[in-house]
Ligand binder design. Structure first.
Ligand code: ATP
Length: 372
C-alpha cells in the first residue's frame, strides 16, 4: 500500500510547474554546500521552476535561541513546501540540556521513514584503485534503537550502574521499507535499461540484500527478516546477510550489492562505512523519503574542522538535490545533475582537498554548472 501512496504523491509533484523547496543549511559546512546545491537547481534548463524558502534549525540556532527546530520551520515545510534540502547539524559530544537533533525530529514530523543512500563510484584517473560499485543502501528511519528509550539504574547487588536501551521493530515499518527496497530495485533496473547515462556497474538481475542479526536478536531482527522477506517482488532476487559479514563483504566485494535494506542502526553504520569506498564523505548524498515529502541531505556532518574555509566538497549536496528531484518524479532532470557531477569526478581536474585536489567549493560548483 505504501508504494501506491508514494507513487501517487510523486506523480502529483511531477506535474507542478513551480516547486517550493525549503532550504535548511543548519550548521558548519551546511551553510556552504546548500547554496551550491541551490545554484545547480536554479541552473537546470528544463523541468520545474523553483521557489526557495530559507529556514532555521541546528545546534548553532539552539545556542542562540534555546530551540534547535523552530515551529515555523516545521509549519512552513508541512504547509507550503513540496520538498526540502537539509545541510548538516553539529552533534555536541556531551549531553546538552534541552538540545535534541533537529534532523531526527524533522524525519518524525514529516514521516520520512526511509533514508535512501546511493553509494556509487565513478571511473576516474583520480581514483585508479577504486572498485566499481553502485549500490543503494535503504535505511529504515523511524525505529530500532533510535526510539531513544534508554534508562539507567544501579544494580543492587554490585552497586554499579546499569544502562538499558529498548529496540523497537514493527511489522508495519518493516513492511513499508521492504516494499520500497524491492520497488527501487526494479526502478534501478528500468533506468539502467532505458537511459544510457544511468548505466550503472550492476550487470545482474535486480537484487535486494536484507541485513539483520537474527541469529542473536531472534525476536526483533527475526520479525524484521520475516517481514521484509514477505515483500519480495517478482523479478527481483533476494539474499540475506548478517550485519557483521555484511561489513566484511561490503569492503571486500562492494560490487556484489545492488539494493541493501537495513534497520536503522545497521543502516546508519553501513552507509557511513560505504562512503569510504568512494573516496570521501563529501560525495555521498541521501534522501529522506516519505509518502508525501522528500528531503535531500548529504550524508556528511557539519565538518567543523573545515567550516568557513570555502573548501567543503559540495558534491554530496548537489547529488542530494538530484535525489530530491528523482524522488519527486523528475527523473530526467535528476539524471542531468548526476551526469554533470560524474563528469567532474571523471575529469578529476577540479576537486576539493578531501579528494586530493586544491579547488574550492565554488570552483567545483562552477564545474558542475558548466557540465549541465
Ligand atoms: P559532526 O559533529 O557534524 O558530525 P564530524 O566532523 O564529526 O562533524 P563530519 O562532518 O561527517 O563529522 O566529518 C568527518 C570528516 O570528513 C571531517 O574530517 C570532515 O572535514 C570531512 N568531511 C565531511 N564532509 C565533507 C565535505 N563535504 N567536504 C570535505 N570534507 C568533508
Amino acid at each position: 500500500m505504501a508504494s501506491q501512496v508514494l507513487r501517487r504523491s510523486l506523480s502529483t509533484a511531477s506535474t507542478q510547474s513551480t516547486l517550493k523547496i525549503g532550504l535548511i543549511p543548519a550548521d558548519g559546512i551546511g551553510r556552504e554546500v546548500i547554496p551550491a546545491a541551490r545554484q545547480v537547481l536554479e541552473a537546470l534548463k528544463s523541468g520545474p521552476q523553483f521557489e526557495f524558502v530559507d529556514l532555521d534549525a541546528g545546534f548553532e540556532y539552539f545556542q542562540k535561541t534555546g530551540t534547535s527546530l523552530p515551529q515555523k520551520t516545521i509549519d512552513t515545510l508541512k504547509s507550503e513546501c513540496h520538498g526540502a534540502l537539509f545541510g548538516a547539524v553539529s552533534s555536541p559530544s556531551h549531553k546538552v540540556a534541552g538540545y535534541s537533533s533537529p534532523i531526527v525530529a524533522l524525519r518524525k514530523h514529516l514521516d520520512l521513514y526511509a533514508n535512501v543512500r546511493p553509494v556509487k563510484s565513478v571511473e576516474s584517473p583520480a581514483f585508479p584503485s577504486q572498485k566499481l560499485l553502485d549500490m543503494l543502501i535503504i535505511r529504515e528511519n523511524t525505529e530500532c534503537l533510535y526510539i531513544k528509550s534508554e534508562r539507567e539504574e544501579v544494580d543492587p547487588k554490585t552497586g554499579l550502574r546499569v544502562a538499558w536501551a529498548d529496540r523497537k521493530i514493527t511489522e508495519f515499518a518493516s513492511r513499508r521499507i521492504g516494499d520500497m527496497a524491492f520497488r527501487m530495485a526494479l526502478t534501478r533496473q528500468k533506468l539502467r535499461s532505458e537511459i544510457p547515462v544511468a548505466n550503472r556497474f550492476w550487470k545482474h538481475n535486480p537484487k535486494v540484500t536484507i541485513v539483520h542479526k537474527s541469529n542473536v536478536l531472534s525476536v526483533t531482527d527475526g520479525l524484521w527478516r520475516e517481514t521484509v522477506r514477505g515483500t519480495q517482488l517478482p523479478g527481483v532476487d533476494m539474499e540475506e546477510q548478517l550485519v557483521d559479514s555484511m561489513v566484511y563483504r561490503m569492503f571486500r566485494e562492494p560490487e556484489a550489492f545492488d539494493v541493501v535494506v537495513a534497520p536503522n542502526l545497521y543502516g546508519d553504520i553501513l552507509s557511513d562505512g560505504a562512503a569510504a569506498l568512494v573516496g570521501s564523505l563529501g560525495v555521498v548524498p541521501s534522501a529522506n523519503v516519505g509518502d508525501n515529502f522528500v528531503m535531500g541531505e548529504p550524508v556528511h556532518g557539519s565538518a567543523p574542522d573545515i567550516a568557513g574555509k570555502g573548501i567543503a566538497n559540495p558534491i554530496a549536496s548537489i547529488r542530494s538535490a538530484g535525489m530530491l528531484l528523482e524522488h519527486m518524479g523528475y527523473t530526467s532532470q535528476a539524471l542531468k545533475i548526476y551526469e554533470a557531477v560524474d563528469q567532474v569526478l571523471a575529469d578529476a581536474t577540479v576537486l576539493t582537498p578531501d579528494l586530493g585536489g586544491k579547488s574550492s567549493t565554488q570552483d567545483v560548483t562552477d564545474a558542475v554548472l558548466k557540465n549541465l
